[in-house]
Design a protein around this ligand. Structure first.
Ligand SMILES: Cc1cc2nc3c(=O)[nH]c(=O)nc-3n(C[C@H](O)[C@H](O)[C@H](O)COP(=O)(O)OP(=O)(O)OC[C@H]3O[C@@H](n4cnc5c(N)ncnc54)[C@H](O)[C@@H]3O)c2cc1C
Length: 402
């Protein structure tokens, strides 16, 4: 492969991050995104500890991310009267630095758009591997051959279904659903967040950059969702039903949801796969190890892109070995981080009154001075548990071979 041509499906976080690394070494990257424009919705996403920071610094993004940080402080768990029952420190909810998912998405797009061919409003419809490439059929574009295909197309990856079989069999449902969106700032929040929970349902509202906006996350118990059950209308209906009769200011929040446009609706589920790659096709980010919420999906997508790019660039002629090294390095780390997704529903919406009481009690205890270090370790240990490989030579830019 003199100048390999890679198809990346998905212009979220993982896809553009990988494209950034590969394209600066002269690889041709075509990035196909199903949506007609960049999907800049979503809540705040955060980075914590030296591993995340090192990747951002190596991508030259640390400063830009800092400039866009949310600066959120503690978040208060309140009761129906609005009284604070426990405070969750910024480190747990916002890490070392936090920004809106959409800002990061936009930043990655800006940094790659010149070198990478973006195709919006299209999606692969078939993948057929031949001895020297993958023939890919598209919904819109003519079929084309690529050297490698990367599925960075999220939790419900289309590439994964095509290569490893049906979507649902690889998703482990944790019993909760989540709806995220931007709402008018009806609570008047300023650089702060509030969490209100009742058994089996909880809502978290945080201030946004625009003072008249807030970000809301509704978490509630519910069955798995089929592919056609995640539309904005179904999401609004599901929240109305799940939060009917809920206390505090929930009714007002549910009411404003009807005007929200950027609804994100999914189950809290984790991807479980026996392998990350098959032949010339490899999965990255949520498609490989996603966990919806609480699994550090965004930093993991960027660490994963760094490792996959490093391994591919170190041995461009031997993709099978590169994919194997990528998986063996990353799987234990990704699996550990993904564990957060199995607990996050129970944090926002404990299933019982006793569970709710216990959550508030534990957070009150953990945030006292003597237990500060224990708490810090608890919220950073998964993120820091990885030795970032060095690929200095492989990453040296080769602008002359473009
Ligand atoms: C709109 C949106 C809002 C989100 N909001 C939150 C949030 O509030 N909190 C949170 O923790 N996580 C959220 N996530 C998930 C979070 O972004 C990921 O966990 C993380 O960033 C990992 O990134 P990723 O690139 O692997 O996946 P994603 O960021 O999910 O990106 C995947 C991309 O693939 C595209 N895609 C899907 N199917 C196809 C297809 N067939 N062909 C081509 N492209 C396809 C999607 O449109 C998307 O742009 C959100 C994701 C999206 C897309």
């Amino acid at each position: 492969m003199t100048r390999p041509h890679v198809l990346v499906a998905g212009a979220g976080i993982a896809g553009p991050s990988l494209a950034w690394w590969l394209s600066r070494r002269g690889w041709r990257v075509t990035l196909v995104e199903r949506a007609h424009a960049l999907r800049t919705g979503g809540q705040a996403v955060d980075f914590r500890g030296p591993v995340h920071r090192a990747v951002l610094e190596r991508m030259g993004l640390w400063e830009a991310i800092h400039e866009r940080r949310t600066r959120l402080g503690t978040q208060a768990c309140v009761d129906a009267t609005g009284r604070t029952l426990a405070e969750v420190p910024a480190l747990m909810m916002s890490g070392d630095v936090e920004l809106q998912r959409g800002d990061l998405c936009q930043l990655l797009f800006e940094r790659t758009r010149e070198q990478v061919e973006y195709r919006f409003g299209d999606s692969p419809t078939s993948l057929h591997e031949t001895p020297d490439g993958v023939e890919v059929g598209f919904e819109q574009h003519a079929p084309q051959r690529f050297d490698l295909v990367v599925g960075a197309d999220g939790l419900r990856s289309n590439v994964r279904s095509r290569v490893f079989g049906g979507d649902d069999s690889h998703l482990r449902h944790h019993g909760f659903r989540v709806v995220g969106c931007t709402l008018p700032n009806v609570l008047g929040l300023r650089r702060q967040g509030v969490i209100y929970s009742e058994p089996g349902r909880g809502v978290c509202v945080t201030s946004a950059r625009a003072e008249d906006e807030a970000r809301a996350l509704f978490v509630f118990t519910g069955a798995p969702l089929g592919p056609r059950e995640r539309s904005p209308d179904v999401a609004r209906e599901a929240v109305s039903t799940a939060f009917a009769g809920a206390g505090w200011r929930t009714a007002r929040l549910v009411e404003t949801l009807h005007g929200a446009e950027d609804l994100y609706f999914d189950t809290i589920s984790s991807v479980r796969l026996p392998r990350y790659s098959h032949g010339r096709v490899v999965l990255l980010g949520d498609a490989a190890w996603g966990g919806t919420l609480g699994g550090q999906g965004t930093p993991m997508a960027m660490v994963g892109a760094y490792v996959l790019a490093g391994e591919l660039l170190a041995s461009p002629e031997a993709h099978a070995q590169a994919f194997a090294r990528y998986e063996s390095r990353l799987r234990p780390y990704a699996t550990k981080c993904q564990e957060g997704a199995s607990h996050v529903g129970g944090f926002f919406a404990p299933r019982t009154r006793a569970g709710l009481f216990l959550r508030n009690h534990i957070y009150r205890l953990l945030t006292t001075k003597p237990l500060e270090r224990v708490f810090e370790k608890m919220v950073t240990h998964a993120a820091t548990g990885f030795e970032l490989p060095e690929y200095a030579e492989a990453f040296t830019p080769q602008s002359d071979n473009r």
